[in-house]
Design a protein. Structure first.
Length: 251
């Protein structure tokens, strides 16, 4: 791949890394961008997973002050995130290129709808209050399911994790975002390791995107603690709907 497309992919990854840190949904930017460069959907998906996890590392560093006193939450979410991410990555590879290409437009549409509903979900949680009596086992099951989805495709996992954390009693959005970034990091790392072992990653593309995601993740995390999220959320929803239409009609 020439320098021009690699630079465009890096810019898309910068935006995706920033959006993941601010609101979640960065894959709705990066995945269509990679496919638009002529990469097959399955290879684009696994390359995207490899490329975005450095953004989670930098985002976690920017959220480090919010993680004070949150060690128990990090440990509690680690096991199901790792196991779920591994299971989801295996499921993706077992799906095959043709079947994944057929269902991916609807995955993008579903992730976009989930992203659009994040506000109402938070409002519902706020009206009804947290559910401190929800068992730890329930949270572990939910987080495992999120991990499976994240290893398979990934768009919208942050939204699912925020909802799960709200159900078990967390209310501070910045602390919730910090735990969300940790969970996403583990899911992506274990899935990316599986994809690397199977030799299905476009490494030059992944390298260019990882650089952009690393910078974008830090910038987005810093920005998220200073500004509102409405404009970013609106842009992601529009892009997600356009990506669904393009992926559906491109063949």
């Amino acid at each position: 791949m020439d320098a021009g497309p690699l630079m465009l992919a890096g810019l898309a990854a910068f935006a995706g890394g920033a959006i993941n840190s601010i609101a979640g949904g960065g894959t709705l930017i990066t995945f269509p961008a990679i496919v638009a460069l002529g990469v097959s959907p399955l290879v684009a998906n696994v390359t995207n997973t490899m490329a975005l996890w450095p953004g989670a590392v930098s985002g976690l560093w920017a959220y480090r002050r919010q993680l004070v006193g949150m060690r128990a939450w990090l440990w509690r979410s680690s096991g199901p995130s790792l196991l779920g991410g591994l299971a989801g990555g295996w499921l993706l590879l077992a799906t095959g290129e043709r079947r994944f290409a057929a269902i991916v437009p609807y995955l993008v549409l579903g992730a976009t709808a989930l992203f659009a509903l994040q506000g109402p979900i938070r409002a519902w949680l706020g009206r009804h209050g947290a559910e401190p009596d929800v068992s730890t086992g329930t949270f572990l099951v939910i987080q495992f399911a999120v991990g499976v989805y994240g290893g398979y495709f990934g768009a919208g996992i942050g939204i699912l994790m925020l909802a799960a954390l709200g159900l078990v009693g967390l209310t501070d959005i910045h602390r919730m975002n910090a735990v969300k970034v940790w969970g996403a990091l583990l899911i992506n790392v274990v899935a990316a390791a599986l994809f690397a072992a199977r030799g299905v990653i476009d490494w030059p593309l992944a390298g260019a995107m990882a650089t952009g995601a690393l910078l974008g993740g830090y910038a987005g995390s810093r920005l998220a603690q200073r500004i509102g999220q409405r404009a970013v959320r609106g842009a992601v929803i529009v892009i997600g709907l356009l990506a669904f239409a393009w992926l559906l009609l491109r063949d």
